[in-house]
Design a protein around this ligand. Structure first.
Ligand code: GP9
Ligand code: MN
Length: 605
């Protein structure tokens, strides 16, 4: 057969699409296979117009390109549950700095993705003798048929979606994974590339429909409060997840001091991080603006200059001095630009901290906290101090003499080091609180601690999940999403555990309520109010009271599975249904504010 090489190429490329779903444990249906294959047909049909000698090398290059993209997607997916995008190019430099845990994402079996390269190479060498120098007319016809079939298979489901009015096209998919299932592998990457190119030239004003959503949310979110203006001390702790609180390993408490904090602060065990690919920067962003992170990349690097109704700006307008403190390079994650844009009057960064013992990326948390207290004392009262700690950052490197736990039964070095590092941070927080008390900065202040996101070591079936006895979807969800939150309102006499479920998006409204200042446009709700809130995550999943909804990203928005957190069992879909659209709209509103500067278009009477 004259075109045998082409058919072998197609078979190999199709096999790899299936391999991807096995490696990432993502659904693979026949329909999805056809759409992905159609992308490969469109991409490769033209090679049939070329003489077979050249064509084989081109097909070999396409296989290599495909494998490189797939393997990169697999590694990215293992960390973020999402796919690569060209929109991430601006964040690449940041990723190399924080990517200490990158090697843990790579498995030797991943390189099987390149096996077909060698198979095809061997095939080319065998076929070398039977080359046809020029394309024949029948090949031209075949190329036409393949291109046309590719286009038809690709377009048919899209057209059917448009006819059915399914809202997952042109950016409305809300999640990259949903777009991947709608467009297939090549369709996703091709569309992503096109969007990247268009965003360089296009006016980014919001669509009428999305702006109407923002306008409605704006009108609903204005509240009026009056009250005292306490100093606010907000501390973000790196990679601190809720499973640590109260956990004992071999009879030793991992976080002995934090376990006791609920006696003098309000402790929220059902608090969730809502971060996505921007990790620390996403947590900071959501906490300070009450908006969601982006579906791709970090707001800090992609939309640093958009207009936000932020916590620091609102507090500053209300008479507060505002300062951010983080002992790393000030331009990292674009913080210097973002902090200024969202209303921090001061930014204390690496250069404002002493050159004492470094743990991982920066000065150790204890010295960071104690020096930060010195900086706070220089601020005008009332002040808002936002501290971002860093010692427990992946890969959780700890000096040997600071590893104090025995950790019997744990073998994974990364997991062991995680526990050592959070045990260290526990002591650092203790020194911080003791010093605040000693300096008389504790009692009257509003003090808050929370974890920015999970450890990155929570995958189902991994050592951490196994040792914790995590089973089923809801327990896995809680392990991944819950981070501890402690709040001490001014003058709190006694701590307690508050079961209210909420997320990082609710922190700014909580602080503003306590500070007696109007919250303005914010998507969250104060955690000290009785309202049952909808806590939305970036792929459209959500928690509402006892319910947890996991969307089916392989279809248009609307379907998924509804669970009770308490029983861990599936419950009738009807219980989650009323909130599915609200959750997606929350993401759309947030995206419109960030990506299209939606607040600039708000009409006020
Ligand atoms: C460094 C810190 C990194 O400044 O933001 O944390 P990460 O984003 O990797 O969680
Ligand atoms: Mn982080």
């Amino acid at each position: 057969m004259k075109t045998l090489d082409y058919w072998v190429y197609l078979a190999l490329t199709a096999g790899k699409l299936y391999m991807f779903s096995i490696y990432t444990d993502t659904p693979f249906s026949f329909g999805f296979f056809l759409i992905s294959l159609s992308g490969a047909l469109v991409l490769s049909s033209w090679t049939l117009l070329i003489g077979s000698k050249k064509r084989r090398w081109i097909l070999l290059s396409l296989l290599a390109l495909h494998s490189t993209l797939l393997i990169s997607d697999v590694w990215y997916y293992r960390y973020f549950d999402d796919l690569l995008s060209v929109q991430l190019i601006s964040s690449m430099t940041q990723m190399s700095d924080v990517g200490g845990g990158f090697m843990s994402l790579i498995r030797w079996t991943d390189f099987f993705f390149f096996a077909d390269f060698f198979v095809f190479l061997a095939f080319i060498l065998v076929l070398r003798k039977r080359q046809k120098p020029l394309p024949s007319t029948s090949n031209k016809k075949l190329a036409g048929v393949i291109l046309a079939s590719g286009l038809v298979i690709f377009a048919a489901p899209l057209l059917s979606s448009v006819v059915k009015g399914e809202p997952w096209l042109s950016g409305n998919a809300v999640s990259d994974m949903r777009e991947y299932y709608e467009l297939g592998f090549w369709g996703y990457h091709g569309y992503d590339l096109a969007k990247g190119a268009v965003s360089l030239v296009r006016d980014a004003s919001p669509s009428e429909q999305n702006q109407a959503l923002v306008q409605e949310a704006f009108a609903a979110s204005i509240t009026e409060n009056t009250g005292e203006q306490p100093n606010v001390i907000l501390v973000q702790l790196e990679s601190l997840q809720s499973s640590l609180i109260g956990q004992e390993i071999g009879g030793e408490e991992v976080t002995p001091y934090l376990n006791k904090l609920k006696n003098e602060m309000l402790y929220f065990p059902a608090f969730h991080h809502q971060t996505h690919e921007g990790r620390t920067s996403d947590a900071e962003f959501t906490i300070n603006t009450s908006l969601h992170p982006l579906r791709t990349g970090s707001v800090y690097t992609r939309y640093a200059d958009s207009t936000f109704n932020s916590l620091p700006e609102t507090l500053r307008d209300g008479g507060y001095d505002t300062a951010a403190m983080h002992a790393y390079e000030k331009s990292f994650w674009n913080r210097d630009t973002v902090y200024e844009n969202i209303g921090f009057s001061h930014f204390f960064s690496k250069e404002d901290y002493p050159d004492t013992e470094k743990i991982g990326m920066a000065i150790n948390d204890e010295d960071f906290f104690l020096t930060s207290i010195e900086h706070m004392k220089q601020l005008e009262e009332p002040y808002y101090s936002f501290l971002v700690a860093l010692s427990s950052h992946i890969p959780f490197e700890m000096p040997e003499d600071r590893k104090q736990l025995e950790l019997p039964g744990y073998e994974d070095e990364l997991v062991r080091n995680y526990y050592h590092s959070v045990h260290y941070v526990d002591g650092a927080v203790e020194s911080f609180v003791n010093e605040l008390k000693a300096q008389d900065m504790w009692d009257d202040a509003l003090v808050i601690f929370y974890g920015d996101h999970d450890s990155g070591l929570v995958e189902a079936g991994g050592e951490m999940a196994k040792e914790l006895g995590v089973q089923g979807t809801t327990e896995q969800f809680e392990l991944f999403r819950t981070v501890p939150l402690w709040i001490k309102p001014p003058g709190l006499a006694k701590g307690e555990t508050v079961e209210t479920a909420g997320g990082q998006i609710d922190v700014a409204p909580t602080i503003l309520e306590e500070a007696g200042i109007d919250q303005g446009f914010m998507l969250g709700t104060s955690l000290l109010s009785d309202t049952e809130r909808l806590t939305v995550f970036r792929n459209g999943s959500f928690r509402k009271g006892d319910l947890y909804f996991e969307p089916d990203l392989t279809t248009a928005p609307g379907s998924g599975e509804c669970y009770s957190i308490e029983s861990g069992k599936k419950v009738e879909d009807a219980r989650c249904e009323p909130y599915i659209e609200d959750a997606l709209n929350q993401l759309r509103i947030s995206d419109t504010v960030i990506e299209n500067n939606g607040l600039e278009y708000i009409e006020t009477q």
